[in-house]
Ligand binder design. Structure first.
Ligand code: ATP
Length: 357
């Protein structure tokens, strides 16, 4: 178990700033997901922690010890890359034992440690197989065992399941989370799959252009995004840009209370915070599409002004294309200059502006 502290980390490649003033503290046994679009700096941060890239400035501390200038083999970190890069001319045992042999451990100890690592990843008895005889998922398990057998204080996983199909990915991420919790090993996990981050992380760090936009537990990132980027990046969000005037959000037929100074703002509403009820009023919103996902339905609604929003409804409710609906929102937020400016938890109808001005 170990704590990891990153202080003001910065990395430039020629004129590209890959990582920009990143500060992060990871607690003992915590699993943090670095989540962000392609090119946001996730892998570069991980590679700097593992010692495979030198920071332009800043410091990396593990249990208070500055490891910023140490080579990878002198750091208490284990890294598993996107491509597992197993040695195909070696057996599973040989692959996992390699790092232990470099450390010159006695043979019997090596055998015990490799066998325990194989048991841990569900591959007990596979030691004599050649890695080329394994499925993609099994190869990833061997790669994980190879990282874990060295008993690193910090485990670094860089999109380890990117090449696997959805079903296997889901199974392996549950297994890795399980192993990580059993061992209590401090872990950083890079992904650009938000489902993966929401399912695995104790906290998610959302990255954009080399900076951490927000770091918080999954439910907080989802329910209380602090920037418009995070709001739009995690889950589905209805985002509508318009003006605040006289304490209301004015966008054609939207007239939501919004106690902000006059000026531009972006309204943000989660689909599950939209409630639809049948109406005969005119003009009204109209259902344009209804998709049944089994455990929930997604309804596309066109507001009277032509703007489209998505609503998530319970399986019991069925809407048809063309149904006229009144649209209620149980909770919404507003962003100004990219930052959270207002949140409401009151229910309001998306009403005609003329009724309120
Ligand atoms: N060795 C390098 N030389 C030059 N530029 C690099 C190098 N490594 C990364 N970069 C640049 O740094 C930025 C961050 O890259 P990085 O790989 O860390 O992003 P990422 O978030 O991990 O992306 P992805 O999800 O696609 O793997 C990108 O603009 C990338 O082009």
């Amino acid at each position: 178990m170990a704590q990891l502290t990153i202080q003001n980390l910065h990395k430039s490649f020629a004129s590209t700033t890959a990582v920009d003033s990143v500060n992060l503290h990871v607690e003992d046994g915590e699993l943090i997901c670095l989540l962000g679009p392609s090119g946001s700096g996730k892998s570069t941060i991980l590679r700097m922690i593992g010692g495979f890239e030198h920071p332009t400035s800043g410091a990396i501390l593990i249990d208070g010890e500055d490891v910023t200038r140490l080579p990878p083999e002198r750091r208490p970190t284990g890294m598993m890359f996107q491509s597992h890069a197993l040695w195909s001319h070696m057996t599973v045992f040989g692959n996992i034992a390699f790092g232990l042999k470099l450390r010159r451990l006695p043979k019997a100890e090596i055998r015990d440690k490799v066998e325990s690592a194989l048991e841990l990843v569900g591959l007990g008895g596979y030691g004599t197989r050649m890695t080329s005889q394994l499925s993609g998922g099994q190869q990833q398990r061997v790669a994980l065992a190879r990282s874990l057998v060295l008993e690193p204080k910090i485990l670094l996983l860089d999109e380890p399941f990117a090449s696997l199909d959805q079903h296997l990915r889901e199974r392996l991420r549950e297994e890795v989370r399980d192993i990580q919790q059993r061992l209590g090993i401090t872990t950083l996990f890079v992904t650009h799959g938000q489902d993966e981050a929401l399912a695995m992380a104790d906290r998610i760090a959302v990255l954009r252009d080399g900076r951490i936009e927000q770091i918080a537990p999954a439910d907080v990132i989802y329910r209380e995004p602090q920037t418009e980027f995070v709001a739009g990046f995690i889950g589905t969000m209805n985002l509508i840009k318009s003006e605040v005037r006289n304490g209301r959000f004015h966008h054609a037929d939207l007239g939501l209370p919004m106690p902000l100074h006059d000026g531009e703002a972006t309204l943000a509403i989660r689909p599950e915070d939209v409630v639809l009820t049948a109406t005969r009023n005119e003009p009204s919103a109209v259902v344009t599409r209804f998709t049944d996902f089994g455990s929930y339905h997604l309804v596309d609604v066109q507001l009277a002004d032509g703007h489209r929003i998505k609503a998530m409804t319970a399986p019991a409710s069925r809407w048809r294309k063309g149904d006229r609906v009144a649209v209620l929102v149980s909770s919404y937020a507003a962003f100004r200059n990219q930052h959270l400016a207002y949140t409401s938890t009151d229910t309001h109808e998306l009403i005609k502006e003329t009724e309120h001005v």
